[in-house]
Design a protein around this ligand. Structure first.
Ligand SMILES: CC(C)(COP(=O)(O)OP(=O)(O)OC[C@H]1O[C@@H](n2cnc3c(N)ncnc32)[C@H](O)[C@@H]1OP(=O)(O)O)[C@@H](O)C(=O)NCCC(=O)NCCS
Length: 182
């Protein structure tokens, strides 16, 4: 019987909700782990450590969750985090031409849940949240070498519109900028 309750590729048992300040510590540790797992093979330990220290920690994520210009969405498998997304209201790069842009600044799904539909559910919730904020355009930046994420975003209707710089520790990298009209 237990096997019947295991998540399958077609029926992920995940739900999406808005993060609360009480989620900050769990989110900080999940966000740091998924960032490290995604990028450690292609970056130096020093650059990763600098980036992780500057961007993740319970206080930092608590401030982000409380920030009225940021929407933090959590995907959960029961009570365990399976993914998260953050939308951020702020200036967009010049190549983002559409009206009322909002950024998907972070979008991460746990390795165990990749390729199983959780990312699509999280993207639909992110688009809904963007529309609730009356955005007309969603944009994001993704490392030029992150081909899986780029393929996923194209499947979700995003198109490449240019490039921007991203600093990982001391390493200046190129992100592709992708955009989708709502
Ligand atoms: C990016 C991410 C959210 C996509 O979710 P996902 O569940 O893996 O997405 P999917 O499997 O539905 O789609 C990925 C597509 O990339 C393709 N793909 C898989 N591995 C790939 C690879 N190594 N290179 C290029 N494309 C690849 C798949 O074929 C798939 O397309 P298809 O369904 O048409 O075959 C998820 O992989 C993730 O969280 N990755 C780590 C964090 C990350 O990179 N976040 C983005 C930061 S900008």
């Amino acid at each position: 019987m237990a096997a019947l309750l295991e998540p399958s590729a077609s029926e992920p048992l995940t739900s999406i909700r808005l993060a609360q300040p009480v989620d900050a510590a769990a989110l900080a540790s999940f966000a740091a782990r998924t960032f490290r797992e995604t990028f450690e093979a292609d970056n130096t330990t020093e650059d990763l450590a600098l980036y992780l220290a500057a961007n993740y920690g319970p206080e930092r994520q608590a401030a982000e969750i409380r920030d009225p210009g940021i929407v933090t969405l959590l995907a959960e498998d029961g009570r365990r985090l399976a993914g998260y997304a953050q939308l951020h209201e702020g200036p967009a790069p010049d190549c983002v031409a559409g009206a009322a842009p909002i950024e998907i600044r972070r979008f991460y799904v746990d390795r165990n849940w990749q390729g199983r539909g959780v990312a699509q559910t999280l993207m639909m919730a992110s688009i809904e949240a963007a529309m609730e904020r009356e955005a007309g355009t969603v944009w994001l930046a993704v490392w030029e070498r992150n081909l899986r994420a780029q393929a996923f975003y194209r499947k979700c209707g995003f198109a490449d519109c240019g490039a921007k710089e991203f600093l990982l520790g001391r390493d200046r990298q190129i992100d592709r900028v992708m955009v989708r009209a709502l």
